[in-house]
Design a protein around this ligand. Sequence first.
Ligand SMILES: [Zn+2]
Length: 70
Amino acid sequence: MGTPTSRDFYARDKEEQKAFLETTWCDHCMKADLGMQEPVEYELEGTIFIEGQCLQCGQAVYTELTDDDI
Ligand SMILES: [Zn+2]
């Protein structure tokens, strides 16, 4: 495993930020698009992750971006 490289989520444009914050999947709620707060973005092994807290349950939620999405 490599070391995660942090990225600046807030460097993305506003529309993109909004889309990422709204388009989520929560493993705890087993529901899509509940939303997240306090997003942190980082890159690990060529994959970008946006990690935040589910607005519904407060557990960690992750969005994984492959090269196709970037
Ligand atoms: Zn949840």
